[in-house]
Design a protein around this ligand. Structure first.
Ligand SMILES: C[S@@+](CC[C@H](N)C(=O)[O-])C[C@H]1O[C@@H](n2cnc3c(N)ncnc32)[C@H](O)[C@@H]1O
Length: 527
């Protein structure tokens, strides 16, 4: 991006009478003094340049081609420094726009580098992000993404990164000669892809310390890097010098919405994208289907058996068994499962990133309706997602479906503590209700119901309903335990672990004291 811009003329308004200096006049933005400054070179005999400290300077538009630049004065023990101001005359509106853009960008550098972000480095004003996200959550989140090992983990998901690369390269027409914003650039890898596809300029916005590594990576690829500007800050806060023709981002978390980064993607759209600009990805879909998995059910139920001990070093632990049991069932399970465990065709919930309002992501309610294809016990709802890159040349999907090549997102299953019995052809209804919380995730409320079946069950009568509440922020990562699966049809509960014989405890009065301890078999991941 240009640091040097030429303007037509300036008027020194503090001189009496105001003094016009005709141009062309060269102006330079820099931070050589350790803070962002605007240098205005004058052709005057008395003064050769005027410097404005951007931390205390404001720029106002007086007209299409005229602006007012004023810096605050200040009083120190030694001296009184008066405010100074100039009016700037531009040749044309484009020149004015470029100048204002550069001014905002350089001024934002100060906000980012000079003050304290919740991630450990700093921010001066509370932004939309800070309003809705707990500082402690944001700090952990950006600390996580500030580490190369986690960026590497995502980059080594070749299904993910390869899909992005293919989507960009197959659709070079959408990038060539265009201005691109990379929303949450991380290592800057997607910015480098966009530059490879011929982007005119890429603004890579990254809030974590990873921005500094991205700058290094960009500098290490100078042919591409000369068209990339890395900006350290949140997309909610930073200013860019120009609008983008296309946004590229990888904002997907577990179940698509975990991390609440889709909201930042949508905010970036509203702040930076030209009307009808493109978004890569364009659309996301959450897919859901009931599953039957006796092994998983028994495994989860058995975790709380520890609390059934009546003589643990002389202590009766059973008072906490109910809480522990509910606690384990409040963790969504993340692993790669065999699609043969699904017992009905999936339903989908579509999120169009180009049109959805940010607030519409705060609460997501998906009505569920399935027809069981087999007679079985349903243990819960299996979920996965895909995203579409709606390129002008090629439409490409990136899927995390069971049975498709595994990604680092795997799939997610919400397990019911009370399974539901169904017969082939029986209808299963319910709701998946997700409410965003300030720890960058969602509380999930799942309800699944089936009509009672068989002799004695009234027509249209009683529903067998099972529900659970889960915290998407606290998943149980189960990838390390490959399972030998039989199909749902093959699963005869009496051949398995007799899960129906498990004593299902009732929840303690106070269900809150379940302690989420790191299980040996789970790894801490954000995605
Ligand atoms: C899933 S990673 C993707 C990184 C990189 N784009 C890639 O595809 O490899 C998301 C990145 O977005 C950054 N991020 C999340 N929310 C952000 C926000 N509001 N503003 C700027 N960066 C953000 C995170 O720090 C993280 O590095």
């Amino acid at each position: 991006m240009d640091n040097n811009l030429t303007v037509d003329s300036i008027t020194l308004i503090a001189s009496t009478p105001p003094k016009l200096v005709s141009g062309p006049i060269s102006t330079t933005f820099s931070s050589a003094s350790g803070f962002p400054e605007l240098h205005v070179s004058l052709h005057s005999d008395e003064q050769h340049s005027l410097n404005f400290d951007l931390r205390t300077t404001q720029l106002f538009r007086l007209g299409e081609c005229q602006s007012l630049c004023v810096s605050d004065g200040c009083e120190t023990i030694k001296e009184k420094i008066y405010s100074k101001g100039i009016t700037i005359q531009f040749k044309e509106e484009e020149e004015s726009k470029a100048f204002h853009g550069a001014f905002e960008l350089w001024k934002s550098k100060e906000t980012i580098q000079g003050s304290t972000l919740p991630n450990g480095s700093v921010s001066s004003s509370k932004s939309k992000f800070d309003d809705k996200i707990e500082a402690s959550s944001a700090k952990m989140y950006f600390h996580y993404y500030g580490q190369l090992l986690h960026q590497q983990n995502m980059m080594q998901d070749y299904v993910r990164t390869g899909s992005y690369y293919a989507a960009v390269m197959e659709n070079q027409a959408d990038f060539a000669g265009r201005v691109v914003v990379d929303v949450g650039a991380g290592s800057g890898i997607l910015s480098l892809f966009a530059a490879q596809a011929g982007a005119k300029h890429v603004y890579a916005v990254e809030a974590s310390e990873m921005a500094d590594y991205a700058k290094k990576l960009v500098a290490g690829n100078p042919v591409l890097g000369q068209r990339i500007t890395v900006i350290k800050g949140k997309v909610e806060d930073v200013e860019l010098p120009e609008k983008a023709d296309i946004l590229i981002s990888e904002p997907m978390g577990t179940l698509l919405v975990n991390e609440r980064m889709l909201e930042s993607y949508v905010i970036a759209r509203d702040r930076f994208l030209v009307p009808n600009g493109k978004m890569f990805p364009t659309v996301g879909r959450i897919h859901m289907a009931p599953f039957s998995d006796e092994y998983l059910y028994v495994e989860i139920a058995n975790k709380s058996l520890f609390w059934q001990q009546q003589n643990y070093y002389g202590v009766d632990l059973t008072a906490l068994h109910g809480t522990a049991f509910q606690g384990y069932f409040s963790q969504p399970v993340v692993d790669a499962f065999d699609p043969r465990l699904l017992v009905a065709p999936a339903v989908s919930h579509v999120i169009n990133f180009t049109t959805i309002k940010e607030e519409d992501l705060y609460e997501i309610d998906v009505p569920l309706k399935f027809t069981a294809s087999v007679g079985t016990r349903i243990h819960g709802l299996a979920c996965w997602f895909d995203v579409l890159f709606n390129g002008s040349t090629v439409q490409r999907w990136l899927t995390t479906a069971p049975g498709a090549p595994t990604t680092h997102w795997y799939q997610l299953r919400c397990v019911l503590s009370q399974p539901i019995y169904v017969m082939p052809g029986q209808e299963i209804t319910g709701h998946l209700h997700m409410i965003a919380h300030s720890a960058q995730s969602y509380t999930i409320n799942l309800t699944m119901s089936a009509k009672m079946w068989g002799p004695g069950a009234e027509q249209g009568g009683i529903l067998q309903t099972s529900s659970c509440r889960l915290d998407l922020k606290e998943p149980y990562y189960r990838m390390s335990q490959p399972q030998a699966y039989s199909t749902a049809q093959d699963q005869q509960p009496n051949q398995l672990l007799q899960s129906q014989d498990l004593q299902l405890p009732s929840l303690d009065e106070d269900g809150s004291d379940f302690i989420q301890q790191p299980a040996n078999d789970s790894t801490v991941q954000i995605h």
